[in-house]
Each structure stands twice: as structure tokens, then as C-alpha cells.
Design a protein around this ligand. Sequence first.
Ligand SMILES: Cc1cc2nc3c(=O)[nH]c(=O)nc-3n(C[C@H](O)[C@H](O)[C@H](O)COP(=O)(O)OP(=O)(O)OC[C@H]3O[C@@H](n4cnc5c(N)ncnc54)[C@H](O)[C@@H]3O)c2cc1C
Length: 368
Amino acid sequence: MKIVIIGAGVAGLSLGWRLAQAGAEVTILERGQPGSGATNASAGMIAVTAELLDAHAVEIEFSRHSNALWPEFAEAVEAGSDRMIGYSRSGALLVASDAAALARLARRGGEAGLEMLDAGQARARAPLVTGPLAGALWSPKEAKVDARALSAALTLAFQRAGGRLLANEAVVRIERRGGRAAIAHTPFGLYHADVFVLAAGAWSGLIEAGLAPITPVKGEMIALAPPKGEKKAIGKLLGPVIWGNGVYAVPRGNNLLIGATVENAGFDTALTDAARDGLRAKAEILMPSLKDWSLVDHWAGLRPRSPDGLPLLGPTALDGLWLAGGQFRNGILFAPAIAESLSAQLMGKAAPIPAFDPRRLRSDGQKK
Ligand SMILES: Cc1cc2nc3c(=O)[nH]c(=O)nc-3n(C[C@H](O)[C@H](O)[C@H](O)COP(=O)(O)OP(=O)(O)OC[C@H]3O[C@@H](n4cnc5c(N)ncnc54)[C@H](O)[C@@H]3O)c2cc1C
């Protein structure tokens, strides 16, 4: 089977890699460079609890399944690329600064069967948290990965499995022939395939507005580095992901990533002083010693959101056109399960998950 995937983010690369391994002839057309969309902008959290406390039951189940696939997936990506991707099951600490927040967390944690920590136990796990602290929820199964290393490794693994990746090749339209998707057009060429998978993240709707009702949600993040010579501070970075009130902190290398804003701003990715200062201020309430750390990076990305907030995984109403999108804040977490589910569907071995089937929505994005 000849498959063209549009977009080399974590979704397109993971799916392409699994399909190439299964013997399909796969080409990925990427507008810029692999990972250059939301994937490289992400914090790399595999936030199976923190991001999903209020999620739809099917999404929680999918997340747990994907989280369970992650260790083997990470190992296979590293083996297939000879690159490290920084996967670690470091756990996450969801911090409550007062009694009311603690009660909320305890209720949620109880439902998920998770352990509550008192302030002393929480600080032992995350010594940087010296701000107001009533207690914390400990989620041991949360993990993280270096998202930029992941996209580079997936690119290599995909190519080594026999996949063809064409960078700087933007799809401008998909031509129909005989009522089905037939040819992807770029400024430089025409690409024929049996099946096209639209995995262009937040930009998918620009290619097929009615069939891919996906909109961008802007997120800004910053990275902080400890004062020079502060070896102790770097040691403290080895701990878990930390979630506070409207802010999270993710250790990556020698830096601490602080995220993230959530804003409907169209396709604008301009960096703002307000986001930079706001993120820093929230992080410093939780971890006051960060006031001595320096700002080393600031970036923005666009998350792909569907009208009902659930992923869009499967065939569309147009024969030959499939979607891998709408993962919103969880595209890194979902990657192994998306690759598994969609490759099985494309090989005729599985049906779409009804709650994620793109055909559940009408062309105006409303539920049928
Ligand atoms: C600040 C921020 C923090 C985040 N943190 C996390 C996190 O910690 N954990 C998590 O699970 N998720 C996180 N996310 C969400 C996650 O990044 C996304 O859900 C995920 O990366 C989406 O992957 P994707 O492959 O669908 O899209 P993308 O990574 O955006 O990839 C789409 C690709 O398609 C390409 N493309 C676009 N148009 C075309 C075209 N016309 N032709 C060809 N190619 C095209 C783009 O250049 C891009 O490379 C975060 C997102 C942001 C913005």
C-alpha cells in the first residue's frame, strides 16, 4: 500500500515509522523541517494524570494505554535511530498551596487511586518547591521525554525503516479523482497514493477545512537555567515534573522548562513579554529560588484542537483521506497509541475508536 503522510510532527513520524516497519511504502511531506510544529515546542510531558483530571473516559483510557506503551516505544525509537530521547518515568508532583486546593487534589487523587503527600514529603521529592505548600498529589506513572530529541530520533528511525521524508515540501491541496483523494500538490511536485493521512497539526484545517476541523491554540513557554556554578541546583533538576497553580515545571538537561500559556490567537506565534513574565512569576511563587535563575529560551507553538476537544483518528468522509490530529495538549503522550491504532486501522486490522472517529463531526465541526 502506498501512503502519503502530510506533516512530520510526532503524529506523522510515529505513524509513518510503524507503517514503514509493517512494509507499507510511506512518504512524509513536511512543509518545514521535521518536528518544527507543536512537537518541538512541547514540554515533552507524558502527563497521564495531570492533563487528564477532567477528561472524557475514553480519552483517559486511551492515555493510560499510551502511557503503558511508552517505555517499549521509547526503547524501540532509540534502537531504531541510535539516538537517546531522554525518556524517564520521573513521576509528577501536583502541588497544592492551600487547604482548598489540597482538598480538590485529594478528591481527584482518590478517584485515580493516587497517594497524597504532606508538605515535608512533597519537598523531599521536589526540593526546589519552597513556596507555600499544603501538600501534594504524587503521580508515579507520569513520565517525560525530550521532545526535540524525539522528533530527530523518529525521523531517523522512519528513514532507516525504509520511509521517505521530503522536507520543505508544503502540501497546498489534495486533488480528488473519481470521488476520492488522489494527488497531493506541493509547489514542487505531485504525489499519488492509495491513502493520504493528514497529520499537519494545527494547520490541517488550512488544507482541508471541512474534513479536518482543527484550530490552533497558542502556547508560550520559557526555559530557565540555574546560576553558574550552582551544582546543587542542577542536582535538584533531576526530580519529577512539578504542577502548581496554572504553571508546570519540567526538567530538561540543565534547564527547567516553565509552561505554558493557553490562548486562542489564530496562527500567531509572536512571543510576548506578558507571557514570559507571567510564567516566571507563577513559577517563582512555587519555587522562590528561581528568581536567581536566568532566562535562556522563550518560544511559542500551536496545539491542534478539534471542536469537541477529542482526537481525530481515522478515515474522513472523503475516500482515501485519513486524519491523525486534534491531540490538543497531549500529542506527545498519545503518540505510541496513535501510531498503534492508526496503523492497525490502515492495515484493516482494527476499526476507528468511535469517540475519536473523524466522521462523528459534520463539516461545520458540530456533532452529527
Ligand atoms: C507550549 C506547548 C507545550 C506542550 N506540551 C505538551 C506536553 O508536555 N505533552 C504533550 O503530550 N503534548 C504537549 N503539547 C501538545 C503537543 O505538542 C501536540 O499535541 C503535538 O505535538 C501535535 O503533534 P502533531 O504531529 O499532530 O503536530 P505538529 O507537531 O504541529 O506537526 C505538524 C507538522 O505538519 C507540518 N505542516 C503543516 N502544514 C503543512 C503542509 N501544508 N504541508 C506539509 N506539512 C505541513 C508542520 O510544519 C509540522 O511539522 C504542547 C504543545 C505546546 C504548544
